[in-house]
Design a protein around this ligand. Structure first.
Ligand code: AHR
Length: 519
């Protein structure tokens, strides 16, 4: 069985190989500051920046759910009916388009009936994937839907294929979606929700090549078909089924899956792509940071190539490509895990740059993607919020939170093509999107040794004076801590409009979003 750790090491190794294969040595040497020219082709549209590109993922892992988002109604931590109040408020401010739950690896060992009914009567199970703690199931289906309602997020359930049956998944869907009158829908009503949940997104397994069953693609395809045939549009809710896709750019898995599915096509296929880190998150070396950044070239390549694989089977019916789990996975110290929970990872200026590289890719590949979910929302891996352990009252917005907030103006706009003079692997990264009234441009300078002056020429529209925000710290290990929660936060940046050009200064390690009214 492939453990998440061995997979992470694999991705780390891939990143290192990618770095050695793609990066000329001179990129690591100091280079002079310079002017970068960028052309924004507002006349060349790519596709809609779906809000779902900024989706999230939570798992019963470490202090993500328990102690992170869910503290319980009797907690000393300020809460809204059991949900950590400060976390909810931060996430409401950011906006969460879609939220995936309950795993991850956890999903294929989860039985939904354990998490319904009076909390005191719910069974206690051992979480076999994440440290063998005793899971009391106090956060279940109703609590998850309650969180989605608070955040105005679309729920996305990951069903258990690895250790369950088609019947169990079918019943979960009926329980959630059938309006009333069946035993399961009446049970939902008795448990507090007469209204059906109308859940559209259902993952059919998770990482079925690894922790979700250790299957070969043809074995999983057979199982997918068995499960999918019983996943019905109860009560008129059109399901969007997501088949478990490849680890990274593994086309052997994708082709084996698609061949095995025949005409039983899912609405979506997931891909997981972590960018491994060779160092602990707050003690990265410059070389290891560059290796991690350069791995994003591989992420973009994987999106393009996996889209092509799916399209070769499409025959008139589009299958959504979903980057179900993505983000940086650094070396995590055991002392931090003991103190704060499993896979608890600090986010630094480096992590924010990595988030910016990823989110820029999603804009540039907007026509190829359906959804992308950062792993994970709170306390685990590249999280948006950190709490000081399950009992701690502190909750800080990470640098990754702020990177996401700088991309918010792109949501629902139309991504447009950008031409950049810098084609080096760790060069300036740019994406742009437009509405009738404004153009949004995000620029990421991943270099730790070069400040840039960027000249953006707009083709097809005339810019008016606009505003810009910058997230920047020249120290790449800089982060927001419980003592200094606002060390790295967005600040206003001056931009200069001159005819059809917008000029911006991007210091080393910075992420800038400019919003420019257009005529
Ligand atoms: O996000 C942590 C783990 O990474 C998930 O449980 C699994 O799907 C992946 O291996």
């Amino acid at each position: 069985m492939i453990s998440p750790l061995s997979r992470r090491q694999f991705v780390t190794t891939s990143a290192a190989l990618a770095a050695s294969a793609f990066v000329p040595r001179r990129l690591f040497a100091a280079a002079p500051s310079g002017i970068q020219r960028v052309v924004i082709r507002t006349d060349s549209e790519i596709g809609t920046v779906r809000p779902e590109f900024h989706g999230h993922f939570i798992e019963h892992l470490g202090s993500c759910v328990y102690g992170g988002l869910w503290v319980g109604k009797d907690s000393h931590i300020p809460n809204l009916n059991g949900y950590r109040k400060q976390a909810v408020e931060c996430l409401q401010e950011l906006g969460v388009p879609v939220l995936r739950w309950p795993g991850g690896c956890f999903a294929d060992d989860y039985h939904w009936r354990d998490g319904i009914g009076p909390a005191a009567k719910r069974p206690k199970r051992v979480n076999i994937h994440w440290g063998e703690y005793v899971e009391d199931n106090s956060f279940g289906t109703h609590e998850f839907i309650g969180l989605c309602r608070l955040l105005n997020a679309e729920p996305y359930f990951a069903g258990n294929v690895g250790s369950s049956t088609p019947h169990e998944l079918r019943d979960w869907i009926e329980y959630c979606n059938y309006p009333s009158g069946s035993t399961l829908s009446d049970e939902r009503a008795a448990n507090g929700s007469a209204e059906p949940f109308r859940v559209r997104y259902w993952g059919v397994g998770n990482e079925s090549w690894g922790c979700g069953g250790n299957m070969r693609p043809e074995e999983y395809a057979r199982l997918y078909r068995d499960f999918a045939v019983y996943c019905r549009n109860f009560g008129g809710t059109d399901l969007f089924l997501v088949a478990s896709g490849p680890s990274g750019n593994d086309s052997h898995w994708s082709r084996g899956l698609m061949d095995g599915l025949g005409w039983d096509r899912p609405q979506g296929v997931s891909m997981h792509y972590y960018s491994g880190g060779a160092d602990r998150s707050t003690t990265f070396t410059a070389d290891h940071m560059n290796e991690q950044f350069i791995s994003y070239l591989k992420v973009e390549e994987a999106i393009v190539q996996q889209r092509a694989v799916l399209d070769s089977y499409q025959k008139g019916k589009e299958i959504g490509l979903i980057l179900d789990e993505w983000g940086v996975w650094d070396d995590i110290p055991e002392e931090d895990e003991r103190r704060y929970g499993k896979l608890w990872q600090q986010s630094t200026m480096r992590s924010a740059i990595a988030a910016g590289l990823g989110l820029n890719i999603f804009n540039r590949q907007a026509d190829k993607l359906h959804m992308c979910n950062i792993a994970q929302m709170v306390n685990v891996l590249q999280s948006l919020l950190l709490t000081d352990g399950p009992e701690g009252e502190h909750c800080v917005r990470t640098t990754t939170y702020h990177a996401f907030s700088l991309f918010k103006p792109h949501r629902t706009k139309t991504a447009v093509r950008v031409e950049s003079g810098d084609s080096s692997p760790s060069g300036l990264s740019v994406s742009a999107s437009k509405s009738d009234k404004e153009l949004v441009v995000t620029l990421v300078n991943p270099r730790h040794d070069v400040d840039l002056q960027v000249e953006c020429t707009l083709k097809g529209v005339n810019p008016n004076p606009g505003t810009a925000q910058i997230l920047h710290d020249a120290e790449w290990n800089a982060c927001n801590t419980f003592d200094h929660p606002d060390r790295v936060v967005p600040k206003p940046l001056t931009l200069r409009v001159d005819g059809s050009q917008v000029h911006l200064d991007l210091p080393r390690l910075s992420l800038v979003t400019a919003v420019v009214p257009i005529g």
